[in-house]
Design a binder for this molecule. Structure first.
Ligand SMILES: Nc1ncnc2c1ncn2[C@@H]1O[C@H](COP(=O)(O)OP(=O)(O)O)[C@@H](O)[C@H]1O
Ligand SMILES: [Mg+2]
Length: 243
């Protein structure tokens, strides 16, 4: 059995309104931070948090029509760091020691992220990463919070990977399914994208096709289910995604 470490990805859709630029839903962010505080008290040793771009990153990238220019790149980083500070501050308010980690500082070396994140976690500090602009050999690109979360979970061999999203799980015929294989989930979700420049729910799931065999099941839940997903083996809420 692995150690009781968790990677949590909180979608921007959970604590911002993607249709209103630069809006933050403080109540929802408080719910998330409270759940993390309680889980650290009760059942998990270390947490790495990754958050999405919500009405900050996705808005800035769409306004620029992508990340082709230096301006687009720099502004995306600027506004994502603002959002990141808000998340870190709220964690601190809930008594969780946390620091922001900038993926863009790892230029071209995404694989180095895991080792750095691990050092913070070992010291009892919650590293707070985010979907970010990034320079690779292909040029400027967006690295989604979803991708960061899947890769960290693999690198750190965590026991829990939880995606918190605005809807309470994976919906089939308008209802949350409690367990589903990753293949079936992709069929159910189709190509739904919404206000997400990195591909929405469909891309979120497909990024984990290989990873999920190593990690085992992962949870896709609403914020009201985060604590249960972290602390219970089979939570009675949200969706358990299986290989
Ligand atoms: N079958 C489905 N089940 C759940 N969500 C779906 C489904 N089809 C489309 N979606 C959309 O995917 C969205 C989640 O993806 P995304 O907008 O990227 O969220 P996040 O901000 O958490 O990354 C949901 O808010 C929902 O609108
Ligand atoms: Mg998304």
């Amino acid at each position: 059995l692995g150690r009781a470490w968790a990677v949590i990805k909180v979608g921007g859709s959970v604590f911002t309104d993607k249709r209103r630029p630069f809006s933050i839903d403080t109540r929802s962010l408080e719910d998330v931070c409270r759940a993390i505080r309680r889980a650290l008290d009760d059942c998990v040793e270390c947490v790495a948090l990754v958050h999405g771009g919500g009405s900050f990153g996705h808005y800035v990238v769409s306004e620029h029509g992508g990340l082709a220019t230096r301006d687009a790149f720099c502004q995306t980083v600027f506004f994502m760091r603002e959002l990141n500070q808000v998340v870190v501050e709220m964690l601190n308010l809930y008594g969780v020691p946390a620091v922001g980690i900038d993926t863009h500082a790892f230029v071209g070396r995404l694989d180095d992220l895991g080792g750095v994140v691990e050092i913070y976690m070992e010291r009892g500090i919650v590293p707070v990463l985010y979907g970010d602009a990034f320079i690779s050999e292909r040029g400027f690109e967006v690295v989604s919070g979803d991708l960061i979360a899947w890769r960290l979970a693999q690198a750190l061999k965590v026991t829990k990977l939880v995606f918190v999203t605005g809807v309470g799980g994976i919906l089939r015929d308008g209802r949350i399914v409690s367990r589903i294989s990753i293949e079936d989930a992709l069929r159910v979700v189709g190509k739904a994208r919404g206000y997400d420049v990195t591909g929405g729910m469909a891309m979120k799931i497909s990024l984990g096709i290989d990873a999920i065999r190593e990690i085992g099941h992962v949870h896709i839940v609403g914020r009201e289910c985060l604590y249960q997903a972290l602390c219970e083996e089979e939570p009675s809420c949200g969706t358990m995604l299986e290989p």
